[in-house]
Design a protein around this ligand. Structure first.
Ligand code: FPP
Length: 257
């Protein structure tokens, strides 16, 4: 009996076992925040934080594959991030290229399809090339779609959609009163993705920072008091369990659900 008790105490149960596989979120989006502060706390350069942030990206992706989450979207580089010191921007672009080179094998083994949203024409040409190559190489994979938001601004995405629709009206292809929620969403960069069910942000900051503003209208939000390099699969599983305990009413009453 004592032995069993000791075993029970030492064998820590994973949050993965607590996930209800029937109520899985289809799409998880993450604002990966806190790389710089994490590095600073350790007396290191900000780039050290980003390098360790890549490990956390792997944790998040492996966690999604394990938990059978179909869509993972990561805020990897915002349109505003171009204003950071040149060396930091260059290091981030280099990390993106080396990570894609390294991870392609894992993508193929785990059925991960790569997708990108944002203005990638602003990225260095080697990064654009590597992204296109990886998107092409993984396009038949169906287990999980990993979307990287790069040079991404949600307001710009909404402006682009409005411009597209306005042009169609101008060309006589569309009536202004035909524009509705659905048509608007079909003109966003995320036209092929479901809206996120769950949005996670690390680092304790309580902001959305110009990320998927339209798409998160009914997402559940989860703010973690941890810096991104510290994020693990268990944090992902715990956030999913937390999400599953919430009641999503979409404007209805509890009784109507
Ligand atoms: C936020 O931390 C993080 C970023 C702006 C970049 C995220 C990039 C990575 C995790 C590495 C590369 C990504 C891929 C997909 C290979 P911060 O720098 O804003 O931290 P701070 O708020 O503490 O300054």
């Amino acid at each position: 009996m004592a032995k069993v008790l000791i075993l029970l105490k030492t064998a820590k149960m994973s949050f993965l076992d607590q996930i209800d596989t029937i109520k899985l979120p289809q799409h998880i989006a993450i604002i990966m925040d806190g790389n710089g502060r994490w590095a600073k706390q350790k007396g290191k350069l900000r780039v050290f934080g980003h390098q360790n942030g890549v490990k956390a990206v792997r944790e998040a992706l492996e966690g999604c594959v394990k938990a059978n989450i179909k869509f993972l979207t990561l805020y990897a580089f915002s349109a505003e991030n171009w204003n950071r010191p040149k060396l930091e921007v260059m290091a981030l672009m280099e990390l993106l290229v080396t990570s894609l080179k390294k991870e392609i094998k894992t993508f193929q083994e785990n059925g991960v399809r790569l997708n990108v949203i944002g203005d990638i024409t602003k990225l260095p040409s080697n990064a654009q090339r590597k992204l296109q190559e990886t998107i092409e190489a993984t396009k038949e994979n169906t287990h999980c779609t990993l979307t990287l938001a790069l040079s991404y601004s949600s307001r710009q995405e909404i402006v682009d959609a409005a411009r597209n629709l306005a042009q169609q009206v101008k060309d006589g292809k569309l009536h202004a009163d035909e524009i509705n929620d659905e048509l608007f969403a079909a003109n966003l960069y995320t036209q092929n993705l479901p809206d996120p069910d769950l949005l996670i942000r690390t680092s304790g900051e309580l902001r959305i920072s110009n990320f998927l503003l339209w798409q998160i209208a009914y997402s559940e939000l989860c703010f973690l008091d941890k810096m991104w390099p510290e994020f693990t699969k268990e944090d992902l599983f715990k956030s999913i369990v937390d999400y599953q305990q919430r009641e999503r009413r979409f404007g209805k009453t509890s009784e109507q659900l």
